[in-house]
Design a protein around this ligand. Structure first.
Ligand code: NAD
Length: 414
């Protein structure tokens, strides 16, 4: 697979939006440059008594609309270019669903699978200490990302709180409920995908979205399936890393989840037939939800896809060339930056609850998230129609325009 440079890709997307919005070159340059990037050396005492030095990053792309927001990932392939790109995408993502945050992202170059729990905790706490000068409830609020969980978020909150002499839950989101986490956090992405699919179906006058295909049956895929089923949808095919299955009469999501828990895969689920990945992606259906890996919908697949709506739960599942083919074929693609924004919406709501020290029920949080996502979807849709572009470009025009509005209102000083 060709490795796409994420930073070049992010800049290209900004260029496309800048052309449509006719942005001044200097302002364009400013939006294409992260405000601050911190590189930190992280010495950690390993279990064998020796010291090993890791490298960590925190990129703060833009804060015109509010404090920086974005996850922290632990992965051997973390690069500064990737962290920069991800921080820029967070700026746009927050703007699309109109949460008052800018973009940020962090990462540590490490292989978390090769670290003991103690080593991981010491690494996490050292990183929290090293970036503590630039994070804070009004400055930059990190969250979980690849291979980080509520455990690491709790440790980061603890370090920051101890350093500042008071408990400060609003410094980070994705925390366990016991220390100020939010209801609905675990279902956020899947539920957000379901809301987007419902809105998209309404827009194209599709009364029924009965036949839904989902690639990837993890956190995002299973909750999207559960909520779409509750909204009257029928899941006919799903897949995981071990293979794909179909039953045109419909699969019972809860039972498939149970089966996967027991057997470690969806393959072999009673009443289903095994199919290939290509067959899964090109199954005639109403809605296709890629919820696994990037670059799954290639130009070859895009030519054969037989659905009306694609909702990108995964990040980057469609290649740029495939995008053009799908647009020409009239297939609506709900871009990742909008479709999987449920997580950042709930992060925002977690932060608000922490600041006010007052907590909402699951239904209250889900309702507030729905309002942000539905508005984000409609605003994107209307702009895409106005400029005669696909929803991906429409969402970028919306996001960049909103960030520009904030800049124009605030001005430049000093
Ligand atoms: P996960 O690890 O819970 O699930 C991933 C699923 O994909 C697993 O079922 C796995 O078996 C399956 N999979 C892996 N390789 C596959 C393959 N070749 N073919 C088919 N299935 C395959 O991960 P997740 O949290 O659900 O994330 C999935 C995607 O959604 C990622 O792109 C992620 O970046 C994106 N995303 C997730 C969230 C979130 O809150 N979970 C938020 C934003 C974006």
């Amino acid at each position: 697979m060709v490795k796409i440079d994420p930073w070049k890709n992010a800049l290209k997307q900004l260029d496309d939006a800048a052309k449509i919005l006719k942005i001044d070159p200097g302002v364009h340059d400013m939006l294409g440059t992260p405000k601050k990037i911190l590189i930190v050396a992280l010495p950690v005492k390993m279990d064998n008594g020796k010291i090993k030095v890791f490298t960590g990053y925190r990129s703060q792309h833009n804060d015109f609309r509010g404090p920086h927001k974005g996850g922290i990932r632990y992965h051997p392939d973390v690069t500064i270019e990737e962290v920069k790109a991800l921080s820029m995408w967070m700026t746009w993502k927050c703007a699309i669903v109109d949460v008052p945050f800018g973009g940020g992202k962090g990462g540590i170059i490490c292989d978390p699978k090769k670290l003991s729990a103690g080593e991981k905790e010491r690494l996490t706490r050292r990183y929290a200490y090293a970036i503590s000068e630039i994070i804070g409830p009004g400055k930059d609020i990190p969250a979980p990302d690849v291979y980080t969980t509520g455990t690491e978020m709790a440790q980061i909150m603890d370090v920051y709180s101890v350093m500042h002499g008071q408990g400060e839950p609003a410094v980070i989101t994705g925390k366990p409920l016991s220390i100020g986490g939010s209801q609905a956090r675990n279902v956020a992405t899947g539920l957000g995908v379901a809301y987007c699919v419902r809105e998209a179906a309404r827009k194209i006058g599709m009364k029924h979205y009965e036949n839904i295909v989902i690639q990837g049956f993890g956190n995002a895929g299973t909750f999207a399936a559960e909520y779409l089923e509750k909204m009257g949808g029928r899941i006919i095919a799903v897949s995981d890393s071990k293979g794909s299955i179909i039953n045109p009469k419909g699969l019972d999501t809860k039972k498939v989840i149970e089966y996967k828990k027991k057997k470690g895969t969806v393959v072999g689920y009673p009443g289903s037939k095994k199919i290939t990945t290509e067959q899964l992606l090109t199954t005639p259906c109403d809605v296709l939800i890629p919820a696994a890996l990037e670059n799954q919908i290639t130009p070859e697949i895009a030519k054969k896809i037989k659905c009306k709506i694609i909702a990108e739960a995964a990040n980057g599942p469609t290649t740029p060339e495939a995008d053009d083919i799908l647009f020409k074929r009239g297939i609506m693609v709900i871009p990742d930056i909008l479709a999987n924004s449920g997580g950042v919406c709930i992060s925002y709501l977690e932060w608000v609850q922490n600041l006010q020290r007052y907590y909402w029920t699951f239904d209250e949080v889900a309702k507030k998230m729905e309002e942000h996502i539905v508005r984000g979807f409609n605003d994107t849709y209307n702009l895409a129609k106005k400029h005669k572009v696909d929803l991906r470009k429409g969402s970028m025009v919306l996001a960049v325009g909103r960030v520009l509005d904030s800049f124009n209102a605030r001005g430049l000083w000093p």
